[in-house]
Design a binder for this molecule. Structure first.
Ligand SMILES: [Zn+2]
Length: 84
């Protein structure tokens, strides 16, 4: 078996895809993607899904009480340092 990225079958390439993504490799420059429109389209789909998932994640705002606690903590700090 020839172990060259350009001769990978789509199946072989796709089985390596999670590993490649995890390794932070520049997939657009992968030899297989240079000549395979199918896998290029697949990767674009995956990236679109990943992007959508990121945008769907709820933006967590700190509760109002937290800011009050921080504020009073800062004030308390200031007052105690003023006295000394
Ligand atoms: Zn392919």
């Amino acid at each position: 078996m020839i172990d060259c990225p350009e001769t990978l079958s789509c199946e072989q390439f796709q089985s390596q895809l999670p590993e490649l993504i995890g390794s932070g490799a520049v997939l657009a420059e992968h030899a297989h993607l240079r000549h395979c429109e199918l896998c290029k389209a697949l990767l674009a789909d995956l990236e679109a899904i990943a992007e959508a998932a990121r945008q769907l994640l709820p933006i967590v705002d700190p509760p109002e009480e937290l800011w009050e606690q921080i504020e009073s903590a800062i004030k308390g700090e200031r007052e105690s340092s003023d006295k000394t």
